[in-house]
Write a protein that binds this ligand. Structure first.
Ligand code: KG4
Ligand code: ZN
Length: 349
């Protein structure tokens, strides 16, 4: 352990298309280095697993070197290495897991294989300090949309609900495609919607009647995506012009309305007064604004990391790894797997 008594932990993230290497000391973020292969996937309209794996292989060593150089840290100073064990793309995860094992063996430091989803929650610790217990977490990314009750991000995460079809980010990406916007669509819809108005009342899935009773904390975005596609198609067939900005704003409003409504309802129902939002969609400006006003009205304190820490990164893995070290958790073994379908309840591999 370093002089400060705070563990110096390096985190590696390779579950999708970002090669992330972050370094934290205790609860302080020193560096968050990222290399993204997103441009290589854009022409396919989605992430191509083999392309992502190869890009991770090429980017791993340069990103590690950049992280250490920017933080002024030598590998020999590290107290532990953490890595995303899952969930994610199997081949992509394997690159990070192999790199972390090599570092752990070479440096003689403990290895922590951690859950990607738990890391999205834990990253807020380096942004806003320790997580109150319990915290409600709304996790919204390209692959996941979940409401989680989090008594302890290192040991106890209880899923309350999740999407029953498309993830929120997936809906953003698919609707962007319908509107002729590039991949990944979320940031483009966010940008375009700023010039639009909410003029169309698109459906809010699982928010009324029996659907709500049965799926109070679940989400569904597939019907919304289809409704947007049909709306656009009908107008285009009739030769009418379509305001991309208005459709984007109306779609975004429907997603954000459902996400924030259910998150605040979950806080009220479970008597939780802190809501944390994480995952790529948490970078959305309208989501951040509506969550802020609804949380204020409900007496709930909102915690959302800065946009760069919402999308995939290595800092989040280092943040969770450091918590594991500080709580004295047993390190993972060298047989640590790359587990593409790791459940959120399994925080450490
Ligand atoms: O967490 P993340 O980087 O990767 C996954 O674990 O999936 O999330 C990526 C997703 C993509 O679907 C992307 O379109 C979405 O997050 N996203 C956004 C915004 N920035 C990224 N969605 C809405 N508004 C944004 N500003
Ligand atoms: Zn993610």
């Amino acid at each position: 352990m370093s002089d400060s008594g705070q563990p110096l932990v390096l985190g590696i993230e390779t579950s999708c298309d970002e090669t992330g290497v972050g370094i934290v000391r205790g609860e302080t973020l020193l560096v968050d280095a990222i290399a993204s292969s997103v441009d290589e996937h854009a022409r396919f309209g989605g992430v191509v697993p083999e392309v992502a794996s190869r890009a991770h292989l090429e980017a791993m060593v340069p990103t590690l070197e950049r992280a250490c150089a920017e933080a002024g840290v030598r590998l020999a100073d590290l107290d532990a290495v953490a890595v995303t064990s899952g969930p994610g793309l199997a081949g992509a995860l394997m690159v990070g897991v192999a790199a972390a094992k090599a570092l752990s063996v070479g440096l003689g430091v403990p290895l922590y294989g951690v859950n990607h989803l738990a890391s999205h929650v834990a990253v807020d610790i380096v942004e806003h300090g320790p997580l109150p217990s319990p915290t409600m977490a709304l996790l919204v990314s390209g692959g996941h949309s979940s409401l989680l009750l989090v008594p302890d991000v290192t040991a106890d995460i209880q899923p309350l609900g999740a999407t029953i079809d498309d993830a929120a980010g997936e809906a953003f990406d698919k609707v962007a495609r319908v509107l002729g916007l590039p991949f990944p669509g979320g940031p483009h819809i966010d940008r375009v919607a700023r010039d639009g108005e909410v003029t169309i009342d698109f459906p809010r899935g699982l928010t009324t009647g029996r659907d709500l009773e049965r799926h109070r904390f679940d989400f569904s975005f597939s019907g919304l995506k289809t409704a947007v596609a049909r709306w656009v198609e009908l107008r285009q067939r009739a030769g009418e012009s379509v305001s991309v900005a208005d459709v984007a704003a109306s779609f975004q409003e429907a997603v954000v309305d459902v996400l924030t409504r259910k998150a605040v309802d979950a806080c009220r129902t479970h008597g939780v007064d802190h809501l944390q939002i994480g995952g790529g969609v948490a970078a959305n400006s309208r989501l951040r604004a509506m969550a802020q006003s609804r949380c204020e009205a409900a007496g709930v304190e909102l915690r959302v990391p800065r946009p760069g820490l919402c999308t995939d990164n290595g800092a989040m893995v280092a943040a969770l790894g450091a918590q594991m070290v500080m709580r004295g958790r047993t390190p993972s073994g060298l047989d640590l797997p790359a587990d593409s379908s790791m459940p959120v309840t399994e925080i450490q591999a």
